[in-house]
Each structure stands twice: as C-alpha cells, then as structure tokens.
Design a protein around this ligand. Structure first.
Ligand code: BGC
Length: 436
C-alpha cells in the first residue's frame, strides 16, 4: 500500500512583482471640503438634508500635508488623488491662479515625499457654469474639458507620473442620468436614456481629446481612465439565459467604454467593488446583494464581499496593457473586516498576476474616511479614521497590516492566518509578523 500523502502546507509568502505600486486613492470633492463652485455643492444645498452635505468634509484642502505624511508613515509608495475643476475654472474661461498654485503645492509635497503620483482630472463633479450649460449633455462639453486640460496639465506636468482623465464614466452616467441607486442619485438626477447615451459619448470624446493634449505634452507619461468594473455570475450555474445575461452585462459595464475609446489607453485603471449574481427569477438585472438570498457576506453598504470577483475582472479585461487597481476598498466600521478584505482581495490579485495578468499596482479606497457622495459621511472606507468634529486622524490597524504587506512587497504567510475567523488583528500585530 502506498503511504497516504502528507497534507500539503505551503508557508511561502505571496510575492508581488518588483516595482509594484502600493498606495491609496481619494478624490478632491470627497476630501477637500468647501468646494462651493461645484455643481454638487449647489445641488446638495437644495436636495440633501444638512448631514448629507459635503461641507468641510475632511478639510484636506488645508490638511493635505498631514494626510500625505500619514500615507508615508503607512509605507505607501504612490498616491492617487484628483483636482477640482470648479476651483480652477470657477467662471467659464476664467482660471483661478490661486487654485492652480495650491495644487502645485500639493503635488510638490507628494513629490518631496517620493510618491509616484497618479492624478485624476475629473472625478464626478463639474463647475456650476458647466452644469448650467447642460453639463455632459452639451455638444461642446468635451471641448470645455479639453480647454481645462490644456490650461492645467502643463502647470502640473512635472509632478505627475500617471494621468487619469475621467473617473468611472459608467457610474457617473448611471447615477446622474439613469436614476441612480437605492440610496438616491447624483446631480442633475435625471432619468433619461437618450441623455445618458449622449453623456457617455461626450465623456468618451473628452477622454480622447484629453489624451491627445497630455500625449503632446510628454511622450511617455501613461494616460488612462479609472473604470468601475463589475463581476457577474449566473445565479443558477447552468442556466443558459443567465449566462447570456452575464455576457451582456459584462459587455455593457466593463467593455463598452473601452471599445468607444480604443487606442487611447496606455494602461487600464480598474476600480473594483461589485459582484452580481444574475437571477432569471429576478429579471436578470444586477442588484445590490440581498444577504439572505445571496448567502454571502456584505459590507456596511450591502455590497457583496467576493474576492474571487477581482480575479475574474482582471482575467476578463487583461488585453496586454498594464493594469492598475485604481480603487478597491470596503465600507466598514469593523476594521477587522477591512484587514480580512485587504488580504483576501490581494491574494486574488496575486493569483491573477501568477496567471499572467500584468497588474502593476494597487490603490486602496480610501486613504482617509471621506464624503461618500449621496450617502454622506456614514460609510467608513478609510485606512485612517476621520473625526469630523475635530478633524483628528487616527490610523486603523488594517493600515498597519497593509503597511506590512507593502514593506515586504508580499503577503507574508503569518497574515494569511488572519483569514481564519476568531484571530484578532491586534494580537497578530502585537506578536509581530515573521519572515518565512
Ligand atoms: C468612486 C468613489 C467612491 C467609491 C466608493 C467609486 O465608485 O470612484 O468616488 O467613493 O467608489 O463608493
């Protein structure tokens, strides 16, 4: 009789490629505070209850040095942030030098701390004057955006390593022109398919125009978008109609914008948050997870926690271009869950790299707690907690676990232990994490 094989127990670290970018992401409107010239600001005064208005938010407009020092302390080697168009061009064609100088200062601080900088030029909010002209439904919208990019990009060029022109065109169109989600909508809160198509078209044109401007300024600096990509599965594994719906949803959500802008991407920036199981008994439409039906864990926002999903979007979208995870994170007031989330999702990113996908970086969403759009301040995505009364920042333990991963450029085996429930993050940190 042959010996029964010994159970295989692999103690190796999961090593990431050399030069991997590790960081976190934010967006200007969500952290800066007092963006009084933005369309969102105008809209929220009329349509949102006081506690759901952005107000001072995390006051990063003033506290940016403190936040970047924290990111440095947490071991990050790169940072993704955005600039606020409505500060830079508060009136049509009038550029505010003070705001431009401010962003130069901000980026200089990042560079002095040796961060690789990924800068987003548009992250959901518009100047009010632009919104009054019909926003992204206006035929000239791409031209207005191009004019802004022509003005601001040369000023910031020296301090930027990666450009993101547009953040999540699909989410913006859905939230602003197709009625939004269960928690509400984004301004201008329309529900009009024709306008939604027009907005998509104009955002694609805007990206292409911006790409050309940015490319003409520098022959190499990579340019892309951040695209919200979603994983879909059939609820009933063998249902053909559900599999067909998965294919269509994947095409519309993940591939169509890339198709419209083909040839204008040096990398793929992927924001991953959502997995959906499409059910023929429920109209085959993606819906936010119902934990009872899904029998899967969800975040504080009801979004399904499904690490395998990031593997499937990575392998689905891989087409030879380098990929950066430009956002991935969890809203949770239970920080142990954030730690497990990070380790689990990064393990899947590792798996994708092992299977040949060129993933080059990961930006956790978000560095600090911030204004979660129409949902206000309750969702807590930060590696760093913000007390909005005092603006005090407190590092969460998950940020220290992330720091260990970054330091080793690997998920050490000791951290994989945390995936077993009942083990406390604080205890593992106290004991110290060992080399293999
Ligand atoms: C957006 C962020 C947002 C995050 C969490 C992404 O869709 O780019 O602005 O805060 O998801 O909802």
């Amino acid at each position: 009789m042959p010996d029964t094989p010994k159970p295989k127990h692999d103690h190796a670290s999961l090593n990431f490629p050399e030069g991997f970018l590790w960081g976190a992401a934010t967006s200007a409107f969500q952290v800066e505070g007092n963006n009084t010239n933005a369309d969102w600001w105008e809209w929220e005064q009329k349509n949102q209850p006081a506690e759901k208005r952005s107000g001072l938010s995390a006051n990063q407009y003033e506290l940016y040095e403190k936040d970047f020092d924290l990111a440095k302390e947490l071991g990050h080697n790169s940072h993704r942030l955005s600039i606020e168009w409505s500060r830079i061009e508060p009136e049509e064609g009038q550029f505010n030098q003070e705001a431009i100088d401010h962003y130069i200062k901000v980026l200089k601080v990042l560079k002095s701390l040796n961060f690789t900088v990924m800068l987003t030029l548009w992250h959901f909010t518009n100047p009010q004057w632009f919104a009054e002209k019909g926003g992204w439904t206006n035929f000239k919208s791409a031209f207005y955006f191009e004019r802004f990019v022509k003005k601001i990009a040369p000023e910031l060029l020296d301090y930027v390593d990666f450009w993101i022109t547009i953040n999540e065109p699909g989410v913006y169109t859905f939230m602003s022109y197709l009625g939004g989600d269960s928690a509400g909508a984004f301004p201008p809160a329309k529900k009009n398919t024709t306008q939604a198509l027009l907005v998509t078209w104009n955002l694609a044109r805007a990206h292409k125009k911006a790409y050309k401007v940015l490319r003409s300024l520098h022959p190499q600096k990579p340019i892309g978008i951040a695209q919200n990509v979603q994983s879909f599965e059939p609820f009933h594994k063998h249902s053909l109609i559900e599999q067909f719906a998965v294919g269509i949803s994947d095409m519309v959500t993940n591939h169509s914008f890339y198709f419209l802008t083909k040839g204008y991407h040096d990398f793929l920036g992927l924001n991953y948050y959502f997995n959906y199981r499409l059910n023929r008994q429920k109209g085959l439409l993606p819906e936010v997870a119902n934990p009872e039906v899904q029998e899967r864990d969800v975040s504080d926002l009801g979004w399904e926690i499904y690490p395998e999903g990031i593997f499937s979007v990575l392998t689905d979208l891989a087409d030879g271009l380098p990929i950066y995870i430009t956002e991935c994170g969890i809203a949770s007031t239970n920080d142990d869950r954030r730690t497990r989330f990070l380790i689990n999702y990064l393990q899947e990113v590792y798996r994708a790299i092992e299977s040949g996908v060129k993933v080059k970086g990961f930006f956790y969403w978000s560095l600090i707690d911030n204004f979660e759009w129409h949902r206000g301040f309750d969702p807590r995505f930060g590696l760093v907690e913000v007390n909005y009364e005092t603006q005090k920042r407190t590092i969460r333990p998950s940020a220290l676990v992330y720091r260990e991963i970054i330091k080793r450029n690997a998920i050490p085996h000791d951290l994989l232990k945390l995936l077993g429930h009942g083990i406390r993050v604080e205890d593992v940190l106290k004991e110290g994490i060992h080399h293999d």
